[in-house]
Design a protein around this ligand. Structure first.
Ligand SMILES: [Zn+2]
Length: 470
């Protein structure tokens, strides 16, 4: 499989360290607010990567963190803790906030048919692992302590900036223009491993004992500590959003490799931004749409998944309500095609299946997905298959096979049409065969009221019908 690696800025041949096993870590949500379409795109793309790897025969172990402490409003130690902010806003405790938004996140990914990670790990359950990692860094001389925090000294880690291609001097220059609070911090690019419960954090609700006093961990250390705990010192793929590249992921690399002296991540996989109406998503524009907002516009979760299949993970995507509606339409169309195929499959005596064509489709599909996840191309191969002259059963077999990657739950469409509707449709067919057209038509209307459309078809000189969802 070919995969773009942010570290080398090249598409490379992906092979895991211990084939066929793939150690896969993805940065999870900070659970202080609702999961919105920007998150959805990232988690769907990560899911497509995971499903593709599995389809190609790899065994994936997937670990995802839940950030429930230490993530400040600025990724670089500025601002307040996002969890505490969420608690203030809602009048709940930080623990309640974490639970509420974790549940919301899990419900969202379930509806989007995103596979659960093998291990889902909240930061607050791994404080000891983080403290131990900080202790190692301290012993090796990569840290220093101020009255307010323990910092990682980025100047001591020579390769700092390799992922984002940022020179440390530029980063320091950029950071100097920002206001930051701890006057004893040596260098603006240094980042906190541990915040003490003093000064601006004197009232911080979540806090633990540590060798550096009462306090809480910085955000970045959690991913290194949990990744190492569950996947070992080197992982094959680490995924996140492009916004993680300059700070969060640089810091993860620095602290991990300083501690272990080994490569932390072999392939970095980054999802590009989602824009809304050609603008960056923001609170003031009120465009952090959730699944509930989509529902109000009659857009199903799986139609949103379908929408995201149409753009490559490395390109910026623009969301509009028009594009969402078009995706809903296309998804419904797909569902109806499958319903139709299911019915034809039962009724038609099958002609000889063209094995060569089936293999060709499989080959093309595999080639697309294993070429740095060209899902949009795979989707167009999928549609050309549906429109091809292969038999319904051959098509359905391939559709279900490809859907292992797309994750549109197409298998379940088997059971979508209620028995009641099928009985009515059969009754109507008999009436038509008896030329009782008026009675047949009143049944058609009854079926329509119940949300289904009957279409007649003549295949091989035999009259039969297909049922579609309206
Ligand atoms: Zn992370």
């Amino acid at each position: 499989m070919k995969l773009y690696n942010t570290l080398t800025k090249k598409i490379e041949e992906f092979t895991p360290l211990n084939p066929p096993n793939v150690a896969f870590y993805s940065c999870g949500p900070t659970v202080y607010d609702y999961t919105h379409i920007g998150h959805m795109r990232t988690y769907i793309n990560n899911d497509l990567l995971k499903r593709t790897l599995k389809y190609l025969g790899f065994k994936v172990k997937h670990v995802m963190n839940i950030t429930d402490v230490g993530h400040l409003t600025g990724d670089d130690d500025r601002g307040e803790d996002k969890m505490e902010k969420g608690a203030k806003k809602t009048g709940k405790t930080v623990w309640e906030v974490a639970q509420f938004y974790t549940d919301f996140f899990l419900k969202t990914i379930k509806k989007l048919n995103i596979e659960y990670p093998d291990i889902l790990c909240p930061a607050t359950k791994h404080i000891n692992e983080m403290i131990n990692l900080i202790k190692i860094l301290e012993k090796k001389g990569f840290t220093y302590e101020t009255k307010e925090a323990v910092y990682f000294d980025v100047k001591k880690y020579k390769k700092y900036g390799a992922l984002s291609n940022q020179k440390l001097e530029e980063k320091i220059k950029g950071a100097r223009e920002e206001v930051y609070i701890d006057k004893d911090k040596k260098n603006p690019a240094d980042f906190a491993l541990w915040f003490k419960r003093v000064g601006r954090f004197a009232d911080h609700t979540m806090h633990w004992d540590s060798p550096w006093g009462d306090g809480f961990p910085g955000w970045h250390i959690e991913c290194s500590a949990m990744s190492m705990k569950y996947l070992g010192e080197t992982v094959d793929i680490h995924a996140g959003g492009v916004d993680h590249i300059p700070v969060h992921h640089e810091n993860e690399i620095a602290q991990s490799e300083a501690a272990t002296e080994k490569t932390f991540v072999r392939f970095w996989f980054h999802n590009n931004f989602l824009m809304v109406d050609n603008q960056k998503m923001s609170k003031s524009l009120g465009n952090f749409y959730t699944l509930d907002d989509l529902k109000k516009h009659n857009i199903e979760p799986l139609a949103i998944r379908y929408l995201f299949l149409q753009s490559h993970y490395r390109s910026i995507m623009n969301f509009t309500w028009q594009s969402a509606k078009a995706a809903q339409e296309a998804f419904k169309n797909l569902v109806n095609k499958i319903i139709e195929l299911k019915q034809e499959e039962k009724k038609l005596s099958l002609s000889k299946t063209d094995n060569k064509k089936i293999e060709d489709y499989k080959e093309k599909f595999k080639k697309a997905i294993s070429n740095d996840l060209q899902i949009p191309e795979a989707l167009s191969i999928f549609w050309s298959l549906i429109k091809s002259d292969l038999t319904p059963s051959a098509k359905l077999n391939l559709i279900y096979d490809f859907d292992q990657v797309f994750g549109l739950k197409l298998w379940e469409i088997n059971h979508l049409i209620p028995e009641e509707i099928i009985k009515l449709a059969n009754k109507r067919l008999i009436l038509r065969q008896q030329k009782k057209f008026a009675e047949a038509d009143s049944i058609r209307k009854e079926i329509k009221k119940k949300g289904y459309l009957i279409e007649d078809k003549i295949i091989n000189n035999t009259l039969f019908y297909t049922i579609k969802k309206i």
